[in-house]
Structure formats: structure tokens, C-alpha cells
Write a protein that binds this ligand. Structure first.
Ligand code: C2E
Ligand code: CA
Ligand code: CA
Length: 692
């Protein structure tokens, strides 16, 4: 850009002379002209004295910042020559030697075809400070990136700065004369402006965010500060507004908001936002509201797909499911990704439970269709659980966990279905986890003890063995039935510890009996125990530690336990039998009861389930009599001994003896009893054998 100014001789000279500002002209590092004001400022009487001097002679050797004046001056001049104009602060020295600060403005001028430097000096020392401030505020006004609007007391614009034009698109000419609110976007109501003016009048100041309209029509956010300026009588004379465009900042804030409240993969609201919405809703409606459905949705085979086909397929599947869900929900509903493959939906306006159920059904069916990913068909289905506000709970966190519970129930039933939360489900789960905690504590405090129930050998009328049955002496609830805690323990690894306890206590009992008594104890195993590949080694060690024969220990297993990993189960029991440990098939008749399995399983004994024994007395035509009889015949043919469980009457004993049953166990003879009681019971019997 060429900033040089062609100045006609006479004009420049008369300007120089007339100006009250100090001015000089430099050519080739010499002063060639100056005005009277410059002479006065620098303290020289005659122009000739000054003109004979080099420019560096009117500066001290170093500047305020410690730099060498000569070097710095050259740099300033070079800058002025290259830009055509340069403004800076400088320390000068009067003829008296007194130093004083000035603002220097160097401007390149062409005079008689020659390039000269025009120097303007503004004294900015003490008595000139006010002037300088004004100059500076002018510089600020012109150069700041904030838009500045000056309006009169009637809010009519009287001046705007360059930044104003840059931000709003309106030139100074277009803006001046307009009312200050001429760029209003229409986004703020009358109340907003009323409040703003009220504050301005009361306090003389207002600031806040305002949406305005750019000349090109775009609406943009700005941060505006308005102050009123009073005259000396205390009346408002001007309003000064300063604002900046905060679109970028807003965008940034929005990005942050998105990352806090939205899931980056699916762009759906995340758990946090979902919880916020549901909390808002529950607070807003209270108990009176019509039913609102909280749906928990989970992709049935997601883990499998993710593990086998890779995370990228997994991610794509999530996105596709999210898209399908989005199509199914209305604008007023909230769909969120809670994490992993968990989604949740808040159905607000269905009106009835039936409608919620219907919507959930539709969602589950339409989303659970195969999708194509990378040219591959991926089969997928979803499970949906529903909890209802206000029926199930008034609290957001509870509604979410209830919907989750219902969803797990849907999964347990095979997936690809919808389940409602039922209070019983929650209560059962709560009881479950309470028992689980109790078991953990109880195991540490040795609260699990074996009770022993004798089995009677019908042929010899003696007690040849007994079954160890777990009892939990809970200090709070008293003796807890195994029917309560065994199913809970079986869901975790706690059952293994209980089994170990029972095995140990069985061994301890055997140790207290005479070595030649030929007595055996049976211990019940669980499916989990049967999967334990160390079981044979653990049992061998235990028997050795107690110096017992393997044939003194019997293990009771059920058919259903055998079915879980049949080959492994058969292998483990085979190993144990090879050691000499006996195996008994418990609850026979309630499971598969297939002859082919019976042949396959390595067992010594079979226990006919109590439910068949119950009805064998009295009615001679009872089908159970026939069943029991044929089980015994079949077992005999396979060389398996038979125990009848739950024997309660002498008639039952008589029948079982008649059909050739080997052993009986039941309340008719004895209930399960603690160790010491059993030992006493056995001693009594050897004295005078019981009549059967
Ligand atoms: P089970 O193995 O079939 O045990 C026999 C159950 O029948 C015992 O109930 C016993 O007290 C009961 N019983 C015995 N005689 C009679 C009778 O004449 N009439 C009636 N009505 N009942 C009789 P219990 O001790 O409550 O055990 C229930 C179930 O809990 C057991 O059934 C067994 O499946 C499981 N269990 C008990 N202890 C253990 C254990 O240590 N480990 C494992 N895994 N399960 C155990
Ligand atoms: Ca048993
Ligand atoms: Ca049984």
C-alpha cells in the first residue's frame, strides 16, 4: 500500500507554521525544517541551531526501555519508510538537558519529488496527560475489536466504531441516526427490554446476552454492556454500548454441552441427560400424572457380535439400532444411550398402560430385525423392560433400575420380548442380595453346620449311613432352611464354600465313629461343584487328612446337574468312583429318568424322590406304587441300590420292604440332627437295636 502523501510546498509550510503541534521534517538523517512549536518544545531559540543538528542529538543516548536511542531510531524510521506511517513513544531531550516523553508520529511525504519524513511530536508528560488519554481513547475506539455505539439521550446513534461495522455489517453512515435497537432479532420479548431499561435508569448500567440481526439477516449472539453517561447536572446525556460477537464462544459452549450430555457415537442424549429429564418429569407431574413408561432396552446378542465380529461392526450395529429406535419414538419422547448396548426411552404421552405396552412391543419388533453391515447380515434382537411412573415408583433412579430388572427378566426368558416390572421381582431381588450378603458373613463366622439324617438298611435293620444337610444358624433369623439359601448360593461361587464346609464336617463326624463301623456319610453336591475340575483332588486330600477310606464318603447329585456338561460330569464322577467314593443319584423321578442315562451315569445308588413315596401307603391302586416298584426293578437290573426318601409311615416302610427297596430315609425314623445328637442316637441303637 502506498501511504505517501504528496504535499504541496506552500500548504505544508503554512501547516507547519500554523500548527500548535510540534512538527519537523527529516531528509537523509538531517532536520530540514521545523515549526515554532517544535522549537519551543525542544527549547531552541533559532531554527538554524536545530536544523544544523542530526535528529539523534535531541534524544538522550538511551531510551526509557534501556535501548540505544540511535539503534532504536533507525528501526523506527525504517518502519515508517516501509509502512509510510509509524506511531510510537519516545524520550526527547530539551536544550536544557531535561528529558521528556513524547508521542512521535512519522509520516512519509513527497516534496518536490523527494521522499521526506514528517515528524509530529506530542508532549505526553504530566501537563499533557489529559490530551494523551483522549488520543488514546480515540485509538482504542478505532482499533478495539469490540463494537462501540454512542447514542444520545433519546437512544439515537451518534457514532459507531470500525469494529461495529465489522460485527454488524452496517457502515457508520448506515448506523448513525438510527435508533439503538434497530438490529433487534425479535427473539426477546418486550419484558426483556423493559427490564434492561429499568436497570439502566436505576443503576446506569446493564450487561447481558442479546440476540441481534446482522445486516445479512443472520441472527447472532452478542455480549452487550451499556452505560449511561451523565452531564454535570446529573442528567443522562449519552448511552455507550460496547459489545462483542459471542457466536464462537456459544458454539464452543454448545460443543461442551454436547460432550457432557450427548453420546458421541450415536448423537443421542446420554445417561446424564436422561436422568435429568426423568427427574424433571417426575418433579413436574407428581403422583397425579397419567402413566409414563420408562423403557430399558438391551441388544440381546451384542456381546457375542462385538467379540466375534469386531468392535467396528459392534459400533455400527449400535448406530443402526439407535437410528431404528429414533424412528420409532416421537419428538416428545426421550431416547438415550445409557452406555454399552443399553438404551432407554421415556414415553411421556401414551395415556394408558396398554398404549405403553403396545408402543414397546412395536419398538421391540421393528428394531429387532437383521441389519446389513459391511455386506454382512447381522442378526439381532432386543429385550425391553418397562417400569411405570407413578405406579412403580415416584423416583427417577428407582424407575431406571426397575426397568433394568424387567429387561433382565425379558432376557432370562430368551430375549426378543417385552416385560413389565413387577414389584415381586424387585422384592425377590432385594431378598436375594440380602441373603447373599448374609451367607458371606455366615461363612466367615462358621454359621453353616451339617445336620445328619440317618438312612436305614432294611435288610439288616441297622443304620449304615446318613446324609449331611446344611443348616444356617443365622444369629438374626435363627435356623434358615437350605431351600432358602442354597439357590442363592448356587448363583455365585458361595456354594463351593458351603460344599467344602459340609465335606469337612462329614469327615469330622466319621472320625469320631469307631473305625470298624462301616458307616458312610453322603454330601449333596451342586452343579457348580460338579464343574470344579479340582474336586477329585480336593476330596482325596480331605480324606487323607482325616485318615478315612474313600468308600465312607458318598456324593449326591441330581440328573439335572448331570445334564449341564454331561461329559465332564461323567468324567469327574468316574474318577471319584475309581478312588472308591460312592455316587448317588438324588431326587430320582423328578427329572429325565431316562433308562439310557441311568445306564450311562457312573452311580452306585438311586434315591427315589419323596413325592413318589408320599402316596404309596393306603391306596393299593395308586400309580405311585407301580412307579416305585418299577424303578426298583429297573435299578436292580442295572446293579444299582435304591434309597426311598421322605418315609414317614410304617405302611410306607412295609410296602418298600415288600418291593425290595434297600434303604429308607425319613422322619419316621429320624429327622436331620446335629452331630453330637447323631452320635448319641447311634450309640443308643447299638445297645438295643430298633424294631422295624
Ligand atoms: P434333598 O437332598 O432331597 O434332602 C432331603 C430333604 O428332605 C431334606 O430337607 C430333609 O430334611 C427332607 N426330609 C427328610 N425326611 C423327610 C420326611 O420324612 N418328610 C419330609 N417332608 N421331608 C423329609 P432339607 O434339609 O430342607 O433340604 C432340602 C434340600 O436342600 C435338599 O434336598 C438338597 O437338595 C438341598 N440341600 C440341603 N443341604 C445341602 C447341601 O449341603 N448342599 C447342597 N448342594 N444342597 C443341599
Ligand atoms: Ca440329598
Ligand atoms: Ca432328595
Amino acid at each position: 500500500m502506498d501511504n505517501n502523501t504528496e504535499v504541496s510546498d506552500e500548504l505544508s509550510l503554512s501547516l507547519l507554521e500554523a500548527s500548535s503541534d510540534s512538527m519537523l521534517l527529516i531528509k537523509d538523517d538531517r532536520f530540514i525544517d521545523c515549526n515554532r512549536a517544535a522549537l519551543a518544545m525542544l527549547g531552541y531559540e533559532h531554527k538554524d541551531t536545530l536544523l544544523s543538528m542530526r535528529p539523534c542529538a535531541i534524544s538522550p543516548s538511551t531510551q526509557a526501555d534501556g535501548q540505544c536511542s540511535n539503534v532504536k531510531a533507525k528501526a523506527m524510521i525504517a518502519l515508517a519508510n516501509s509502512k509510510g506511517f509509524h506511531r510510537f513513544e519516545w524520550l526527547h531531550q530539551r536544550a536544557t538537558g531535561e528529558k521528556f516523553p513524547v508521542e512521535v508520529v512519522l509520516t512519509q511525504v513527497i516534496r518536490q519529488g523527494q521522499a521526506l519524513l514528517h515528524v509530529a511530536l506530542i508532549d505526553i508528560s504530566e501537563h499533557e496527560t489529559r490530551l494523551r488519554r483522549l488520543a488514546l481513547s480515540k485509538v482504542y475506539f478505532d482499533n478495539t475489536s469490540d463494537a462501540i455505539v454512542v447514542a444520545d439521550q433519546y437512544t439515537q446513534i451518534i457514532d459507531v466504531n470500525p469494529a461495529f461495522s465489522k460485527i454488524t455489517g452496517y457502515s457508520r453512515r448506515e448506523a448513525v441516526g438510527q435508533k439503538s435497537g434497530f438490529m433487534g432479532s425479535g427473539r426477546h420479548g418486550a419484558d426483556f427490554y423493559r427490564e434492561m431499561w429499568k436497570q439502566l435508569i436505576d443503576r446506569g448500567y446493564w450487561e447481558g446476552e442479546v440476540w441481534d440481526r446482522h445486516k445479512n439477516g443472520n441472527i447472532f449472539p452478542k455480549y452487550l454492556k451499556i452505560s449511561s453517561v451523565n452531564n454535570r447536572y446529573g442528567l443522562v446525556e449519552n448511552f455507550i454500548g460496547i459489545f462483542s460477537d459471542i457466536s464462537e464462544q456459544k458454539k464452543h459452549e454448545e460443543e461442551i454441552r454436547r460432550s457432557v450430555f450427548f453420546d458421541p457415537l450415536t448423537q443421542l442424549p446420554n445417561r446424564r441427560l436422561f436422568i435429568e429429564r426423568i427427574e424433571h418429569l417426575t418433579q413436574q407431574y407428581g403422583r397425579k400424572a397419567g402413566p409414563i413408561g420408562v423403557l430399558a432396552i438391551d441388544i440381546d446378542n451384542f456381546k457375542l457380535i462385538n467379540d466375534t465380529q469386531g468392535h467396528s461392526v459392534g459400533d455400527q450395529l449400535l448406530v443402526r439400532v439407535a437410528q431404528r429406535l429414533e424412528k420409532q419414538v416421537r419428538k416428545s419422547d426421550t431416547l438415550a444411550r445409557m452406555g454399552g448396548d443399553d438404551f432407554m426411552i421415556l414415553l411421556e404421552n401414551c395415556g394408558s398402560v396398554e398404549a405403553i405396552s403396545h408402543a414397546a412391543q412395536k419398538i421391540t419388533e421393528s428394531v429387532g430385525r437383521p441389519v446389513w453391515i459391511n455386506g454382512q447380515e447381522v442378526f439381532t434382537s432386543i429385550s425391553t423392560g418397562i417400569s411405570l411412573f407413578p405406579k412403580d415408583s415416584l423416583r427417577a433412579d428407582e424407575l431406571i433400575s426397575q426397568a433394568d430388572m424387567a429387561m433382565y427378566k425379558a432376557k432370562r426368558h430368551g430375549g426378543d420380548r417385552v416385560e413389565f416390572y413387577a414389584r415381586e421381582l424387585g422384592e425377590r431381588l432385594a431378598r436375594f442380595s440380602k441373603i447373599e450378603d448374609g451367607i458371606k458373613r455366615g461363612l466367615k463366622r462358621s454359621e453353616f453346620v451339617a445336620h445328619f439324617q440317618p438312612k436305614i438298611d432294611l435288610r439288616s435293620s441297622t443304620i449304615s449311613s446318613c446324609e449331611a444337610l446344611a443348616r444356617w444358624n443365622d444369629p438374626v433369623n435363627g435356623v434358615v432352611s437350605p431351600a432358602e439359601f442354597i439357590p442363592v448360593a448356587e448363583k455365585s461361587t458361595l456354594i463351593e464354600e458351603i460344599t467344602q464346609q459340609m465335606l469337612l464336617q462329614a469327615c469330622q463326624l466319621l472320625q469320631q465313629l469307631p473305625a470298624d463301623s462301616n458307616f458312610s456319610v453322603s454330601v449333596n453336591l451342586s452343579a457348580v461343584d460338579l464343574q470344579n475340575r479340582e474336586l477329585d483332588r480336593q476330596i482325596t486330600r480331605l480324606l487323607q487328612q482325616h485318615a478315612l477310606e474313600p468308600c465312607q464318603l458318598e456324593l449326591e447329585v441330581t440328573e439335572s446337574m448331570m445334564m449341564i456338561e454331561m461329559d465332564l460330569a461323567i468324567e469327574m464322577l468316574g474318577k471319584l468312583r475309581l478312588l472308591g467314593v460312592k455316587v448317588s443319584l438324588d431326587d430320582f423321578g423328578t427329572g429325565y429318568s431316562s433308562l439310557s442315562y441311568l445306564k450311562k451315569f457312573p452311580i452306585d445308588t438311586l434315591k427315589i424322590d419323596r413325592s413318589f413315596i408320599k402316596d404309596i401307603d393306603g391306596n393299593t391302586g395308586s400309580p405311585d406304587r407301580t412307579i416305585v416298584k418299577s424303578i426298583i426293578t429297573m435299578a436292580k437290573a442295572l446293579g444299582i441300590q435304591v434309597v426311598a426318601e421322605g418315609v414317614e409311615t410304617p405302611e410306607q416302610v412295609a410296602f418298600l420292604r415288600a418291593v425290595g427297596c434297600d434303604f429308607v430315609q425319613g422322619f419316621y425314623f429320624a429327622k436331620p440332627m446335629p452331630e453330637q445328637q447323631l452320635i448319641a442316637f447311634l450309640q443308643e441303637l447299638t445297645v438295643d437295636s430298633i424294631e422295624l
